[in-house]
Design a binder for this molecule. Structure first.
Ligand SMILES: NC(=O)C1=CN([C@@H]2O[C@H](COP(=O)(O)OP(=O)(O)OC[C@H]3O[C@@H](n4cnc5c(N)ncnc54)[C@H](O)[C@@H]3O)[C@@H](O)[C@H]2O)C=CC1
Ligand SMILES: CC(=O)C(=O)O
Ligand SMILES: [Mg+2]
Length: 371
């Protein structure tokens, strides 16, 4: 198969979808790999390392899209990329369709096959291609949150861990999945007073078992969230309903109950955000203030730490990319249900139910495209 890896063009997105080592694994199996020039530089991989691995370098993004049967990317295509995607081309990347209707319509119009990293799903319901970036974003949520709690950055001016004789900050984490667990570990390690909320009671039991003593768990419902928000300094949004738009757990009116300078980090922004006042921001301009409450809603948090993120992401994606390249998307998806669940849009049809529901679009069963 001919595989193309374009350079990411989203604001401050420094990740790349394939390392030289990954390119070598594909080339070894008889595939052709084309990398856009400088695509890997932000992650520490110059063009010549790809050439040594057996890949070829192309000078422009257009050349990569023109040539490739499978495009491997990191972030969802943004507007200038829509027109580059060809009919029948396989696009393997994050899409987060349910949060952005124009992207959904553009991909329907393209006639491409859109296989979304974030909905590839194992039998135990875990999301193997989201996990590594959720680990990064969960850990970063505390790093960023701690920074924006500083007064010069418009936060409350409270040190996460406190000091002897002064109480630590209080951190509330909505959602105890991968992002939530990683955020809790970091916050707890820094000495904060941490509460994790989730609707999944077995998950809360598990977290209660494995977390240190400065982490407590609490059932997530509107009543309980309202009770906690006025006393917390840093609130992390980390909920997910697979493939769907995130529910609004923090509503606009709750902001008035919070103390000025409270910091909200809505990691779930890529699925629309679980804070009603969340709107996507960039690493260049990551925050805004509403009613005295600081919001941080960067949709590609791991893009800021590409040396870690590119390796973590490609460790997870490569085995699936090899299977897609070896078998073609149809056979690979027929034989591997994890990949099948990644299919969101195929040749003009929405085949992922939560995406169809989000925009009231016709839903077509994926099996109809596998015949
Ligand atoms: N902004 C960014 O750069 C990044 C964003 N993300 C996003 O972070 C979000 C969370 O991802 P993961 O932790 O991997 O998902 P996950 O599936 O591991 O965890 C989500 C948790 O939310 C819980 N949940 C669902 N409804 C809830 C409710 N009403 N109240 C409380 N908890 C609820 C679930 O029970 C589950 O434990 C996703 O939207 C993901 O796409 C992930 C990586 C990077
Ligand atoms: C998952 C995601 O949105 C990211 O890694 O940017
Ligand atoms: Mg994102």
């Amino acid at each position: 198969m001919i595989i193309g890896v374009p350079k990411e063009i989203k604001n401050n997105e420094n990740r790349v979808a394939l390392t030289p080592g990954g390119a070598q694994e594909l080339v070894k199996r008889g595939h052709e790999v084309y990398i856009q020039t400088h695509a890997g530089e932000g992650s520490g991989f110059p063009d010549d390392e790809y050439v040594q691995a057996g890949a070829s370098i192309l000078p422009t993004i257009e050349a990569v899209y023109d040539k490739a049967e499978m495009i491997m990317k990191v972030k969802e295509p943004i507007e200038p990329e829509y027109e580059l995607i060809k009919k029948d081309q396989l696009v393997f990347t994050y899409f987060h369709f349910a949060s952005y209707e124009p992207l959904t319509h553009a991909m329907i119009k393209s006639g491409a096959v859109c296989l979304a990293y974030e909905t590839v799903e194992k039998a135990d319901h875990s999301l193997p291609l989201l996990v590594p970036m959720s680990e990064v974003a969960g850990r970063m949520a505390i790093q960023e949150g701690a920074k924006y709690l500083e007064k010069p950055l418009k936060g409350r001016g409270i040190l996460l861990g406190g000091v002897p004789g002064v109480r630590p900050a209080k951190v509330l984490i909505l959602g105890g999945g991968v992002v939530g667990t990683n955020a809790a570990k970091m916050a707890a390690g820094m000495g904060a007073d941490v509460t994790i909320m989730d609707v999944n009671l077995p998950r809360l039991r598990y977290l209660d078992d494995v977390m240190p003593a400065n982490v407590n768990t609490f059932m997530s419902n509107e009543y309980n969230i309202r009770e906690l928000v006025p006393t917390h300094d840093l609130i992390v949004g980390a909920v997910l309903i697979h493939g769907a738009k995130a529910p609004h757990l923090i509503t606009r009116d709750m902001l008035k109950e919070m103390r000025e300078g409270t910091v909200l980090v809505d990691v779930a922004v890529d699925q629309g955000g679980c804070i009603e006042t969340c709107k996507p921001t960039t690493h260049e301009d990551p925050t805004y203030v509403i009613d005295g409450i600081l919001h941080y809603c960067v949709a590609n948090m791991p893009g800021a730490v590409p040396y870690t993120s590119t390796l973590a992401l490609t460790n997870a994606t490569l085995p699936y990319a090899i299977e897609l390249a070896n078998k073609g998307w149809k056979k690979a998806c027929k034989e591997n249900r994890e990949l099948l669940l990644g299919l969101n849009v195929i040749k003009g049809d929405v085949v992922y139910e939560a995406v169809a529901e989000a925009f009231d679009l016709p839903f077509v069963r994926v099996e109809e495209h596998l015949i």
